[in-house]
Design a binder for this molecule. Structure first.
Ligand SMILES: NC(=O)c1ccc[n+]([C@@H]2O[C@H](COP(=O)([O-])OP(=O)(O)OC[C@H]3O[C@@H](n4cnc5c(N)ncnc54)[C@H](OP(=O)(O)O)[C@@H]3O)[C@@H](O)[C@H]2O)c1
Length: 230
């Protein structure tokens, strides 16, 4: 069992925290407003959860999930994340985040941007292409016939193994897309983004069945096109 630090405790942060606590991990939650604003969530999660500042959550986590609006990525604390495995859930929405020139010209990708901000950390891209309610409902135990796969990308093989182990513990298999530079294959508005995981009643088109297999995900990743070619 590990301690999972959460930088950001909104839709995705709170959902990852729920999954982690259900799997027996400890979680340290943080947001921009301060730990006192997370009391309700901590109470809901129980004794495995506590709230702290972002720097404290970063320091406490064996694995730290950065799940803030992308525009806030430069505020993610650098020093306490040195050497750590950092999961990046972020997506780039210019209307929300403002324009980032190197994302607009596709000379980098969102997770490479976070990796550049955290040069001593080991960033793995995960959770960005699944809608929050699907993430919180498609988890299944290992070997279950409806278990789904989630994409991961990163430049550090050991970090990807660590994240795959974490995903396994919370109810998902992992599919290794490759280095961070390949993370664009499941970025916003690609074929592998959100839609493959859509479940009935959520307003998204659905796959037959509820399970995303490695083959389905691979097809979607292969179909990805860069924004400039779309
Ligand atoms: N929603 C989805 O279904 C989904 C799915 C996959 C990926 N994503 C991506 O994941 C990221 C998070 O999405 P979300 O929907 O969870 O967002 P959200 O509900 O708006 O939550 C964002 C969280 O980040 C915190 N935060 C903002 N600035 C911060 C800072 N400087 N330091 C620490 N915490 C900070 C916020 O705290 P305060 O409330 O105190 O400001 C809040 O807890 C986004 O990049 C999003 O595009 C979202």
């Amino acid at each position: 069992m590990a301690t999972i630090g959460l930088i950001g405790s909104g839709n995705i942060g709170s959902t990852v925290a729920r999954l982690a606590v259900a799997a027996g991990h400890d979680v340290v939650l943080s947001n921009s407003r301060g730990p006192e604003t997370l009391t309700d969530l901590v109470d809901e999660l129980g004794p495995r959860a506590r709230a702290a500042t972002a720097a404290e959550a970063a320091a406490a986590g064996d694995i730290v999930v950065v799940t803030v609006p992308l525009k806030a990525y430069r505020q993610v604390p650098v020093e306490p994340l040195r050497g750590k495995v950092v999961i990046d859930t972020n997506n780039y929405y210019p209307e929300r985040d403002g324009h980032v020139a190197e994302l607009d010209d596709e000379s980098t990708t969102t997770s490479e941007l976070l990796q550049a901000h955290l040069p001593q950390s080991r960033v793995v891209k995960a959770f960005n292409n699944i809608y929050v309610s699907h993430l919180g409902s498609l988890q299944r135990p290992a070997g279950h016939p409806e278990r789904s796969v989630l994409a991961i990308a990163g430049d550090d093989e050991a970090a990807k193994q660590t994240v795959a182990g974490f995903l396994d513990s919370i109810g998902y298999d992992a599919y290794d897309v490759g280095p961070l530079s390949e993370g664009w294959r499941y970025q916003r508005d690609t074929a592998a983004y959100v839609q493959p995981y859509a479940v009935p009643g959520t307003g998204y088109p659905t796959w037959p069945g509820r399970r995303v297999t490695p083959e389905m995900l691979e097809d979607r990743l292969d179909a990805a096109v860069r924004y400039r070619d779309a």
